[in-house]
Write a new protein. Structure first.
Length: 121
């Protein structure tokens, strides 16, 4: 990830509601959540405000929306989240951290779908 994209992503995350949305979508996994469910979970936010936050996160490449009937379902963009973590951790320990390298490699494989021991490589 280039620095400009990282700044856009980090800027989008630098708001309490947007950070909460990302965390909700990470928990929801690949199935995502409807905009209505996200708005309900952020009970103090108006639907138009939630829509604004969703668009900011979508613009930053951290989430994507898909239409299912009358609903828009939002999901985290796993590869972009992995790229952001990798960008932040890439030079850990002067670029020689075995543990961070392993974590970055594993995180880059995340699809938002549960895996069992039989699915782990």
């Amino acid at each position: 990830m280039e620095q400009t994209r990282a700044l856009i992503a980090l800027s989008a995350l630098a708001h309490e509601s947007r950070l909460r949305i990302i965390r909700m979508l990470v928990v929801a996994g690949a199935g995502g959540m409807s905009a209505g469910d996200i708005a309900a979970a952020l009970d103090a936010s108006s639907p138009s405000r939630v829509s604004f936050h969703l668009k900011e996160l979508e613009h930053a490449g951290l989430i994507s929306g898909r239409r299912e009937g009358k609903s828009v379902i939002y999901s985290a963009c796993w590869t972009d989240l992995a790229d952001l973590v990798a960008f932040l951790m890439h030079d850990c320990c002067q670029g020689h951290c075995h543990y961070c390298d392993q974590a970055i490699e594993l995180f880059s494989k995340c699809t938002g779908m549960p895996t069992g021991p039989e699915n782990n490589a």
